[in-house]
Design a protein around this ligand. Structure first.
Ligand code: B12
Ligand code: SF4
Length: 508
């Protein structure tokens, strides 16, 4: 996306995805501009790349979620010339222009741009052979405020929806290139609930009601357009379980071929949900029913569960996996509570630590991402009754139970034939291998553990994901004034996997 935002005078950027291959220092020349995207897990590596680039005479610029939260850290540890906080879609162009003029500012506040200003990505600059699927974000921000999540803080609580025409154009261009599997990289694909609409109606707030209805209608329009795309296209997204209330919406998802969605179940008890400020989620029997509704409407659920909540006890682990099995979720992930910066949980933990900070070497534990990876402890929120090791062991057992061969075989019955069934089983094992234990963590390219098996399986699975390119595929002709929005500089490309520093080198 930043490549699309690069002023033409700078030439086409070169993209380096460090989750696949490391940057070669010799490719950086004095006067180049190196933009580095960092989230918390890869910030330390990102800073090393930045220092290296600066020592070679390049302009060094940071952006991304971590740089947004800690711009000063990027300036100091990453030896940045400039840092962009917030959205880069517009600010990046200014940074490049200023660097070319030899005069960048220290910090650029990218802010939160409107949905109509989101850019389509320059997929054409990436190597299609390296990726299984592409990702396209259709909305930013989330109205909720879960305690473990930073999205509502960084991206805001007001949903900023991209024009559906722009999304469809980008997806069509991806299909032309042979991408048939697309992740709609949204945090919450169901930004307007029945409760939101009811409250606006009850308050007589017509402006709000109109705003919410427009957002909802645009979602439905997007899905209507997706439904017209080639039938081999498959979408996946992330959604709150509230969508289970809305059969029409789920049916629209099915027609649009949105075959699956990650649903943040988090906890199966009311106390657990309260602890993470998510008490609007369902628990107990109602939870099982709500998740089954998705499946009844043809949308598979990847249930996401968190362990290590203060309310968790040893019995919670079995109860959770039993609920996951009962609710009929097709995939599941069981993650351990991690204090990500920018979250309510992180703030609380930082405050607790402020009196007597725990140190690892000379780094306070609350800056764990600055600890060298070889000695960095796995960072989990302290628990009142269980040790981190106990939680980790119990969590692993839950993964083992959910992904044992017999359980996967049973779940694979949702596929139409034996070939798909075998593919489903491989994918389930691949997913388990990638996530359990290490997570698909930032420095995956450098992590040897469990890498080779996962990469071999991924190579086999890749064949299932890709399709014959369709260069002849035509898109809809949109009405004047709306057509091709956000399509600037987009003329084909490739799919991506997020993460890893993103490096831009102008040609001069
Ligand atoms: C989709 C997604 C994934 C997908 C990625 C799919 C793909 N191939 O693209 C998958 C499932 C693989 C994934 C995995 C993980 N993810 Co994730 N993911 C997301 C999600 C929902 C959207 C990311 C996205 O596409 N955003 C769209 C782009 C355009 O936005 P952006 O990256 O923020 O970039 C904009 C600005 O930040 C800025 N910018 C960014 N970089 C730069 C660089 C420069 C130079 C400049 C100027 C500007 C700039 O400009 C951009 C355009 O405006 C985000 C939440 C979110 N809303 O961002 C979480 C999120 C990034 N993920 C998160 C996490 C924790 C992970 C995992 C560690 C989970 C795990 N335990 O394994 C892994 C790490 C993966 C890895 N290898 O790095 C956290 C990160 C928190 C943090 N503080 O670091 C987030 C924020 C979710 C959350 N709720 O907290 N993720
Ligand atoms: S966890 Fe999901 S629902 Fe909660 S604030 Fe984050 S994106 Fe929104």
């Amino acid at each position: 996306m930043l490549a699309a935002a690069t002023p033409r005078v700078a030439g086409d950027p070169i993209l380096v995805d460090e989750s696949l291959e490391q940057i070669v220092p010799e490719t950086i020349q004095p006067g180049d501009i190196v933009g580095i995207s960092v989230h918390t897990g890869n910030a330390l590596r990102g800073y090393a790349v930045g220092r290296m680039a600066r020592s070679r005479g390049a302009w060094v610029v940071y952006g991304g979620i971590h740089a947004t939260l800690f711009p000063e850290e990027a300036l100091e540890r990453g030896e940045a010339h400039a840092v962009v906080t917030g959205d880069g879609d517009i600010a990046w162009g200014r940074v490049v222009t200023d660097c070319l003029a030899g005069n960048p500012e220290r910090i650029y506040a990218g802010g939160r741009i409107e949905g109509g200003e989101f850019l389509a990505a320059r997929w054409d600059l990436m190597n299609p052979e390296k990726y299984m699927w592409a990702s396209v974000q259709t909305i930013r921000g989330c109205p909720k405020h879960c305690s473990f999540c930073s999205v509502w803080r960084t991206d805001g609580q007001k949903p900023r929806q991209r024009k559906f025409q722009s999304v469809v154009d980008e997806i069509i261009a991806l299909r032309r290139l042979g991408f048939r599997f697309i992740a709609l990289a949204d945090d919450n694909f169901y930004p307007v609930t029945f409760t939101d609409l009811r409250l606006a109606r009850e308050q007589g707030n017509t402006a709000r009601l109109e705003e919410l209805t427009t957002i909802r209608n645009e979602r439905l329009q997007l899905m209507e357009e997706l439904a017209k795309l080639p039938k081999d296209m498959v979408f996946f997204t992330q959604i709150t379980m509230e969508a289970g209330e809305d059969g029409d919406y789920l049916d629209a998802m099915r027609r649009a071929n949105i075959k699956g969605a990650l649903v943040g179940v988090e906890a199966v008890t009311p106390e657990g949900l309260k602890a993470v400020f998510k008490d609007w989620n369902y628990s107990g029997e109602a939870l099982a029913k709500q998740l089954q509704t998705f499946k009844q409407h043809g949308v598979h659920v990847l249930g996401s569960f968190i362990f290590g909540l203060p309310t968790d006890r040893p019995a919670t682990f079995d109860a959770t996996v039993e609920m996951a099995l009962k609710a009929g979720v097709t995939f599941a992930q069981f993650v351990m509570m991690t204090p990500f910066p920018g979250t309510v949980d992180f703030g609380r933990w930082e405050k607790e630590q402020s009196q007597h900070p725990t140190m690892v070497g000379d780094v306070p534990i609350t800056r764990y991402w600055m600890i060298p990876i070889e000695v960095r402890p796995k960072m989990f929120t302290p628990h009142p009754t269980m040790t981190s090791d106990e939680i980790r062991e119990r969590t692993q057992k839950v993964w083992d139970r959910f992904y044992k061969w017999s359980a996967i075989w049973q779940r694979s019955a949702c596929t139409p034939n034996l070939r798909s069934r075998i593919a489903f089983m491989c994918l389930s094992k691949l997913y388990r291998q990638m996530y359990a234990g290490t997570g698909i963590s930032t420095d995956s390219a450098r992590r040897k553990k469990s890498k080779s098996w996962a990469r071999w399986t991924a190579r086999q699975c890749k064949k299932l994901f890709r399709a014959r390119p369709m260069p002849e595929l035509q898109g809809p002709k949109w009405d004047l004034g709306l057509g091709g929005l956000g399509q600037a500089a987009f003329d084909g490309g490739d799919g991506s996997e997020m993460a890893g520093p993103f490096v831009v080198l102008p040609e001069n």
